[in-house]
Structures are given as structure tokens and as C-alpha cells.
Design a binder for this molecule. Structure first.
Ligand code: BGC
Length: 393
């Protein structure tokens, strides 16, 4: 990596401070990187990624190229995350290229390989399946290209410099505590119980394991003492993880559980780790004839606009809110640092061991959003407009 002059570095800090003061208010959920009807997970056009070139060359990014490797466009947050980063980076004068890999690990490896060949100045990666990326990560390291792991930790490599994410175990703990509170588990009389089924994340994603651990830390005592009953018996991570975070699989599983185990008593809780799973459960429950009166507690993660609409109409109970604007900002500060060869702000140096090294991380805090705080947390804060939620589909 080339050295930067001190003057340019100072400019970075000053401009970053100015930009950060005013950048947090724009949510770009309805402004995807590619056209909304483009489901091909293709990269931006060169013209797009070089937008505002004139401004770019005058500022501290100095035209350095940042490559962003995203898992898929079929989950809204990855579009939002990359768009948020791109905006901030371009305002700082970086050139940005984003690639989405259609949830295909081999495609992601090929895209990263091409970033290495282009000799980009820094790479941001949200791994689909780290096992497929160890070789290209090594290539990036050999080419002296710093890699920042974004939201999901890149495992089994020493090529990763930093990790920007949310407290993933905390996400699971929040889901567990909120379920316990909303189901009144601590107030059940002797012999009373609630039924529950679990829908956990993709096993190739390190986050899924963390979320499960956090959730089970809260749920296991209730399962042990009988206040929670999982009639399918599927409570282990292996039995509840859903490959590629598939909404369809969650629906299928929920349908099967309802038909197989809940014909003589109702399912009270769908403990899910993702809004997409909550939509799958919602459809299965509706098809099985559940109505408002016997609607279960359903959790989610991401506060997608559709989830928010469902929370407001009562078909999802709550979701975990992770402000992608904040995460994108944190990642941009990491990019600035690695490019300038300085130390970024880190708040965790212990939790995220990727089987090779403990990756220095900045972990943002997740929050719970339900119908009572949704307006304040998401609309008043400018994350969504009322219309984005009402019109979400
Ligand atoms: C992210 C979640 C996201 C999920 C599915 C996870 O790694 O942390 O925010 O919902 O992937 O894309």
C-alpha cells in the first residue's frame, strides 16, 4: 500500500469530521444501486461508480479505488449498506465499485479476484461463505490490498484487517429477552407454557452462530424448566439454521411444523433471526388459518420497510433495528484509516476470532423496534419516511 502525505491525512480528518456531521440523515432505501427491476446482481456501471469525478479528485480520497463485495440484492439492507458507503466515499473523493454476488459464493470469489487484479486500494467484503474466499483473500493479502470485513466476519484467513459490524450476540440476546417479555414467560403460573419454534440464520454466516448463542442464552432456561415447549424438538443450531437465509425455506418449515405438531394446540412464538423468515412464517400461518386473535409472537431482524409495515398491522411483533447508516459510516472511517495507514477507532479486540486471528472490530449497538417505538426510532429519526413503510412490498 502506498504511503500518504501528512497534509492529505490531516485533510481526511477535517473533511471526515465535516461530512459526518451532516451525512447521517439520509436513508436511501428506495434508491438502489442498480435499477429496481435489475435482479441480476450485476455491478454498477463504470460511469455510475465514477460519478462526481471532478469533486473526487480534489478531495482526500484522491481517486483511490474502494471495492465493495456484497452478498445479494435480494435483501434490501445490502443495497442500502452499499449505497450509504458509496455516497460517503464518493463525497470524500474515492472511486467506488460495488459488486453483488447473487448469494453465490463462487461468483463472489470471482468478483473479489477481479478486484485483486484491478489492484484496488481497499476492499470491503460481506462474505457469503468464507470457505470459498480463503484463496482470494490470500491473493488480496499478497497484492497488499487491505480487506475490511463488513457486517459478517471473513473466517479462516489472516488477510482481514478490521471488522465493522453490530454486536451479533447482542442481536440474539435482544430477540430472546423481547420474546420472554412479550410472552410473559416470567409470569406464567405453574404448569403453564408457551409453544415456540426456531428459525435461525445461514450456517455459513458467522453471525448466525452468534445470534443463536445469544438467543439461546435467554431461551434455554425456559426450555429446560418447561415454560417454553418446542413441539418439533428442533432447538439445536444444526436443526434450525436455514441455508442462504431463505424466506421460502422458513415458510416451508413453518408449514410443516404447523401441520405436524400444532393441530391440537396453537403455535405461540416464531423465534426468527431475520425479517425474511418472519414473512415466511406469516404466510404459512395465514394459510393455516391463524388470525389476529391467535396470532403468534414473531420476531425478526433488520427492520426492513416491509417488516415495519407488518409490525404496524400486527403480523410481526418486533424486529431488531441495525442502523445501516451508522455501520456504513464506521466502515468508511476504517477505510480512511487503512488507506492512510493510521489506526481506526476500535471497540472490541476480543470477541471476533476468525480461526486464524482475533480481528479488531467496531461493533455498533442493535435495538428492538415494535409498534410502540417504531415511529420514534425509524420515522422521526429519518431512517424511513411514512410512505416508504406504507408502500413497502
Ligand atoms: C446480517 C443480517 C441479514 C442477514 C441476511 C446477516 O449476516 O447480519 O442483517 O438480515 O445476514 O442477509
Amino acid at each position: 500500500m502506498k504511503k500518504k502525505r501528512f497534509g492529505a491525512w490531516l485533510c481526511t480528518i477535517i473533511l471526515a469530521t465535516m461530512l459526518f456531521g451532516c451525512s447521517a440523515s439520509t436513508k436511501t432505501g428506495n434508491d438502489p444501486v442498480n435499477t429496481p427491476d435489475d435482479t441480476s446482481d450485476q455491478p454498477d456501471t463504470a460511469a455510475d461508480s465514477k460519478a462526481d469525478d471532478t469533486q473526487a479528485n480534489d478531495t482526500e480520497g484522491g481517486g483511490k479505488k474502494i471495492a465493495i463485495s456484497m452478498p445479494t440484492q435480494s435483501v434490501q439492507r445490502w443495497i442500502d449498506d452499499s449505497e450509504n458507503m458509496k455516497k460517503e466515499l464518493e463525497a470524500k473523493g474515492y472511486e467506488v465499485e460495488i459488486q453483488f454476488a447473487g448469494d453465490n459464493p463462487q461468483q463472489q470469489a470471482a468478483q473479489i479476484q477481479s478486484f485483486v487484479e484491478q489492484k484496488v486500494d481497499c476492499m470491503v467484503v460481506v462474505p457469503i461463505d468464507s470457505k470459498e474466499l480463503t484463496a482470494v483473500a490470500e491473493d488480496a493479502k499478497n497484492a497488499d490490498i487491505p480487506v475490511i470485513s463488513y457486517d459478517r466476519l471473513l473466517m479462516d484467513t489472516d488477510a482481514v484487517y478490521y471488522y465493522a459490524s453490530f454486536d451479533n450476540k447482542g442481536v440474539g440476546t435482544l430477540i430472546g429477552k423481547t420474546i420472554a417479555q412479550k410472552a410473559g414467560l416470567d409470569d406464567l403460573a405453574d404448569g403453564e407454557y408457551k409453544t415456540i419454534e426456531f428459525f435461525m440464520g445461514c450456517p455459513d454466516d458467522n453471525n448466525s452462530h452468534r445470534i443463536y448463542d445469544g438467543l439461546m442464552e435467554v431461551m434455554q432456561p425456559y426450555l429446560d424448566d418447561g415454560r417454553l415447549v418446542c413441539k418439533s424438538g428442533r432447538t439445536s443450531f444444526e436443526d434450525t439454521c436455514i441455508s442462504r437465509w431463505s424466506q421460502e425455506t422458513a415458510k416451508e418449515w413453518c408449514k410443516n411444523y404447523l401441520a405436524g405438531y400444532y393441530t391440537d394446540e396453537e403455535l405461540d412464538i416464531c423465534a426468527t433471526a431475520f425479517d425474511g423468515f418472519a414473512y415466511g412464517c406469516k404466510e404459512a400461518l395465514q394459510e393455516a388459518g391463524y388470525i389476529a386473535d391467535n396470532w403468534p409472537i414473531i420476531s425478526g431482524q433488520d427492520c426492513e420497510a416491509v417488516a415495519c409495515r407488518n409490525i404496524l398491522d400486527g403480523t410481526q411483533t418486533f424486529s431488531v433495528y441495525k442502523d445501516t447508516r451508522v455501520l456504513a459510516q464506521k466502515c468508511v472511517t476504517m477505510i480512511d484509516s487503512v488507506v492512510a495507514e493510521t489506526e481506526p477507532e476500535i471497540n472490541d479486540t476480543e470477541q471476533y476470532h476468525n480461526h486464524v486471528l482475533t480481528v479488531p472490530a467496531y461493533l455498533c449497538n442493535p435495538d428492538v423496534v415494535d409498534k410502540d417505538n417504531l415511529k420514534e426510532a425509524l420515522i422521526d429519526s429519518g431512517y424511513y419516511t411514512q410512505e416508504q413503510i406504507e408502500q413497502a412490498e
